[in-house]
Design a protein around this ligand. Structure first.
Ligand SMILES: [Zn+2]
Ligand SMILES: [Zn+2]
Length: 170
C-alpha cells in the first residue's frame, strides 16, 4: 500500500469507529499514530479524496483543525434488486440488508439466510476493491454504508447496534 492509500485507509477506519465523523485535528492525531504525515499533507489528502467531506463549524478557532469536522463518505450502495432476485450484474453490493444492520435472524443458527452474508464474495469483493474499501473491517464498512445510504434506514432501528448519527424525535 502506498502511504497515500494507507492514510486514506486508516482515516476511514478511525472515522468509522467514531461513528463516522471526527474533528480534523483529532483525526490527524489518530492517523499520525500509524502514519507520520504533516498537518498540511493530511489536509491536502482529505480535501482531494472523495472519501472525505469537510464540514466547517460555525465558530472560527485559531487552533489548526478544530474548526472543521471530517465525515466519511462512499458512493457504494447495497443493490435494491438483489433481494428481489432479479439482478445479475450491477455495481452495487449483493448483501442481506439485515446482515448489514446487524440484526439478521438467519446465518448464525441452523437456518441459512437466503441472501449473502459474504462481503468477500466475488461480486462484492471486486466492488470493494474498486472503492478501496476491501481492507476495512466489516463493522466499519457497514457503518459507512448505513451512514451514506438514507434508503437503508430500517423502518424501526431501535434495536440495531449501529447509530447513524441521526436524531429521531420519538
Ligand atoms: Zn445488483
Ligand atoms: Zn441475512
Amino acid at each position: 500500500m502506498s502511504s497515500y492509500s494507507r492514510v486514506i485507509h486508516h482515516a476511514t477506519s478511525i472515522l468509522c469507529s467514531n461513528k463516522g465523523s471526527l474533528a480534523l485535528q483529532q483525526l490527524h492525531r489518530k492517523v499520525f499514530q500509524r502514519v507520520e504525515i504533516t498537518e498540511d499533507d493530511f489536509w491536502y489528502i482529505v480535501k482531494k479524496c472523495s472519501r472525505f467531506v469537510a464540514v466547517r463549524n460555525r465558530e472560527r478557532t485559531d487552533e489548526w483543525g478544530t474548526d472543521c469536522v471530517i465525515v466519511a463518505k462512499t458512493s457504494l450502495r447495497l443493490c435494491k434488486n438483489y433481494t428481489k432476485q432479479d439482478c445479475r450484474d450491477c455495481q452495487e453490493l449483493h448483501l442481506c440488508k439485515y446482515f448489514v444492520y446487524g440484526n439478521c435472524r438467519f446465518g448464525k443458527g441452523r437456518k441459512q439466510c437466503k441472501f449473502s452474508h459474504d462481503v468477500r464474495s466475488e461480486h462484492n469483493y471486486t466492488l470493494l476493491r474498486e472503492c478501496t474499501l476491501h481492507e476495512l473491517h466489516e463493522d466499519d464498512l457497514f457503518l459507512l454504508l448505513l451512514q451514506n445510504d438514507p434508503t437503508l434506514l430500517p423502518e424501526k432501528h431501535t434495536h440495531t447496534k449501529y447509530s447513524t448519527g441521526r436524531s429521531t424525535t420519538d
